[in-house]
Every structure is written in C-alpha cells, then in structure tokens.
Design a protein around this ligand. Structure first.
Ligand SMILES: *[C@@H]1O[C@H](CO)[C@@H](O)[C@H](O)[C@H]1NC(C)=O
Ligand SMILES: *[C@@H]1O[C@H](CO)[C@@H](O)[C@H](O)[C@H]1NC(C)=O
Ligand SMILES: *[C@@H]1O[C@H](CO)[C@@H](O)[C@H](O)[C@H]1NC(C)=O
Ligand SMILES: *[C@@H]1O[C@H](CO)[C@@H](O)[C@H](O)[C@H]1NC(C)=O
Ligand SMILES: *[C@@H]1O[C@H](CO)[C@@H](O)[C@H](O)[C@H]1NC(C)=O
Length: 209
C-alpha cells in the first residue's frame, strides 16, 4: 500500500517534469521558429529577378492603404536591367478604377536588400525574405525607422499552392502584421509598360508597389 503510493507520486513527478520540459521547450522554440520564418534571403541571383512578377497576396500595416489595396484589380512589379545590380529599374504597376498606374524607379540591390535612389525620396527599404517557393518573391517594405509597412507575396504564377500560402501567412504572423489580402487571379494584369506608348503609360502611381 505504502510503496504503491510512492510509485504513484514518482509517476506524477515524472509526468510533471516531462510536461514542464515540453512547455519550456515550446516557449523556447516559438521565437526561434519565427526567426527562421522571416529570415532574409542570403543569396539572390539578380538574373532571377528579371521580368514581371504578379502580386498574389499582401499584408499592410496601415488601414488607409489597405482600403486602397482592396480596390485594386491586380498588381505586378517588373524588374529590368537586373544584372546591373546598382542600376536596376523597378516598375510597380497597379490596375485600379479601370486604369493602369505605373512608376519606374532606379534601385540597387545589395545582398537581399533593394534601396531606392535618394533623389526619388521614397525612403523605403525592400528586403527579400527566404521562401521555399521557387518561383515566388517575398518582399518586406520597411520605413526609415525599420518598421514593417508591407509584406508582399509575388509569384511568376497568379496563384500559389495552399502550402505556399500557409508559409506566407506564417511570415505575416511572425511580423505581427494583419492577415493578408489575396488578389483575384482571374483579374487581368496591366500590360507591360515597354509594350505601350510610354507617354500614355506614365501615369503616376500612389504607392511604391
Ligand atoms: C543598366 O545598367 C547599366 C550598367 O550599370 C547602366 O549603365 C544603364 O544605365 C542601366 N540601364 C538603365 C535603363 O537604367
Ligand atoms: C476591374 O476590372 C473590371 C473589368 O476588367 C472593371 O470594370 C472594373 O472597373 C475594375 N475595377 C477596378 C477597381 O479597377
Ligand atoms: C534612372 O537612371 C537613369 C540613368 O542614370 C536615368 O536616365 C533615369 O532618368 C533614371 N530614372 C528614374 C525613374 O529615376
Ligand atoms: C524622405 O526623406 C527625405 C529626407 O529625409 C524627406 O525630405 C522626404 O519628404 C521623405 N519622403 C517621404 C515620402 O517621406
Ligand atoms: C515608420 O512607421 C511607423 C508606423 O507606421 C511610424 O510610427 C514611424 O513614424 C515611421 N517612421 C518614419 C521615419 O516614417
């Protein structure tokens, strides 16, 4: 009887120790996992950037911008001259209100970071984050105080697999950003600017992506 009680205590004690260890390791591993999830790309092949990338989904910290974002039909970015890493031309385009808006910027790529020409006074830093999706770009837009303003998911495809969207959502969560808005893949993209009369196409855009 007495020895039975001791063994019950011992089992309870063992169970508690295991539970505490599990709990401790969960507490310990959560931020560590987020560090991995929002890791910047360590190597980006500039040639990989070249061309057009439709926007698949985006998360924005500013509710005013979110409203503008929801009103767009589609969006894409185009990189040209990408192999000249200090002279890349970055052209976001937005289809909204039945019109196409474009603006081109000169940017330079250093590691995983794109910076705008100071003359453009954009003051945003764009960082490419790691993603397991081979034909995607995950771009984080920070302002001068390193505050995350947007997290964008681009792909060569208009739509990504559920697993790839889950990975993006995890990145959004780790950055404490609002849930992403997914764009309708059936909505037409704006024609690429080089295919159009550039005078007609040079409508000023409201955002840098
Ligand atoms: C492309 O890169 C080259 C080399 O850096 C540069 O001389 C040229 O101006 C760039 N072209 C454009 C359109 O920016
Ligand atoms: C979306 O596209 C449709 C037709 O393609 C157009 O009628 C509508 O105005 C567009 N909406 C916006 C917000 O651009
Ligand atoms: C980008 O740089 C090129 C060459 O330096 C220049 O001709 C062009 O006006 C610049 N474009 C913009 C949008 O700043
Ligand atoms: C960017 O920074 C410059 C200089 O600090 C400032 O004059 C400009 O207004 C800023 N632009 C924006 C869009 O905040
Ligand atoms: C960066 O964004 C945060 C949040 O929107 C804002 O509080 C801060 O003033 C911004 N910093 C600059 C330099 O614009």
């Amino acid at each position: 009887m007495y020895s039975h009680m001791i063994s019950t205590y011992r089992d309870m004690f063992a169970a508690c120790v295991i539970a505490l260890l599990c709990l401790a390791s969960m507490i310990h591993s959560a931020p560590q996992d987020c560090q991995d999830v929002i890791q910047p790309l360590d190597q980006l092949d500039p040639d990989h950037l070249e061309g057009r990338w439709p926007l698949v989904a985006g998360s924005l910290s500013d509710p005013a911008h979110l409203e503008f974002f929801r009103n767009r039909n589609s969006s894409s970015i185009t990189f040209s001259n990408a192999s000249a890493t200090s002279n890349i031309v970055y052209t976001p385009s937005v289809s909204a209100g039945g019109k196409c808006f474009y603006k081109s910027y000169n940017v330079s790529l250093e590691g995983s970071t794109l910076t705008f020409d100071v003359r453009d006074q954009v003051n945003l830093t764009l960082t490419f984050l790691h993603t397991s999706c081979p034909d995607c770009l995950v771009m984080r837009f920070d302002n001068e105080s390193k505050k995350v303003l947007r997290l964008w998911l681009f792909s060569r495809r208009r739509e990504v697999k559920q697993r790839e969207m889950e990975e993006f959502k995890a990145q959004v969560e780790c950055l404490n950003m609002p849930p992403p808005v997914v764009l309708d893949p059936a909505k037409e993209l704006c024609p690429e600017q080089s295919n159009r009369n550039s005078a007609a196409a040079q409508t000023v855009e409201k955002q840098e992506g």
